[in-house]
Design a protein around this ligand. Sequence first.
Ligand code: PMP
Length: 400
Amino acid sequence: RFESVTMAPADPILGVSEAFKKDNSEKKLNLGVGAYRTEDLQPYVLEVVKKAEKKMLEGGDNKEYLPIEGLAAFNKATAELLLGADNAAIKENRVATVQGLSGTGSLRLGAAFIQRYFPGITVYISSPTWGNHKNIFNDAGVPWKEYRYFDPKTVGLDFDGMMEDIENAPEGSIILLHGCAHNPTGIDPTPDQWEKIADLIQQKNHMAFFDVAYQGFASGSLDDDASSVRKFVARGMEVFVAQSYSKNLGLYAERVGAINAIVSSADVAARVKSQLKRIARPMYSNPPVHGARIVANVVGEPTMFDEWRAEMQMMAGRIKTVRQRLYDELSTKDKSGKDWSFVLKQIGMFSFTGLNKAQSDNMTDKWHVYMTKDGRISLAGLNLAKCAYLADAIIDSYYN
Ligand code: PMP
């Protein structure tokens, strides 16, 4: 029976960590997965998370099942974090929020909803994008195509290409957008470009589906990082938004996130929420409680919230320092005069180096630097001490 099962390929991102573990070299460096490390390259649990957990333990919370839609205090806090507590959509009860299994599970709920209620509609995703987007829509049976996003010549945004592809998508398509800190490129549209994207999506009667996995990690401001989503909502446009607390609260393994549908009326929101719950029930029944309680305690409580913001700024600040050092090393060591300033212009956890697959292979095979084969490196896994070594590896791989 099971004899005929073939071996599945390793996951392009999580497979990198598996390969890293097997490497015995002292020089090895894991820049594959986007997970924050301290300057000693150790995983980091936020102090504010430990504080919330202590409070939860002392409070004697039980482990009863959550409702299908998740923890009410979490759902309230997460929608407010996304839209701002005084947002008209929240006041008018036009937001349907369902707790999901982190960003991935929340995207998957949205995708399953699209498959049922918008059958045959194509989702347009950026080229390139986070590798799992394609898997998620494939597995939900939702057709997808790509829109241009990255221009290798400028190592910047191909805004004209993006707009042309959104323009040419059949009316009523769904456009998947990274709310901030685009993965893997680290390149976001400017506020003015966001307005133009919103204009076009509105004109074409498309719908935006935002993936917000890095709120707080792009600009360091939680509000600014949600401004793309808020622009669309302020225009009265209906949107889907998937959120993740993996990065900004470091809750990777707790699987905490949400899918939000911001719609035209309270009545529609109630119906959409009921259908999202109907999709969740046979998939996993109800979501886990621990991470949701942490978020509710931190995001919903002003003192804890301030502590969180300070810690997030510390994390984002460390990544910026490393980014600057890497740029300095690349510019000093590379005698060809190549302009490496794109490294500084990129934002978030990643740098998109422009290294192709063969060059990325050289990074791993010769230099023991583990990274995804699209040329992306996670600066969250780098420290100042390793910047010179990494610059040597990049320059060697780039020119050979
Ligand atoms: N979307 C993007 C763009 C991401 O980079 C990630 C994490 N790598 C996710 C969603 C989801 O991650 P998680 O399921 O851990 O929340």
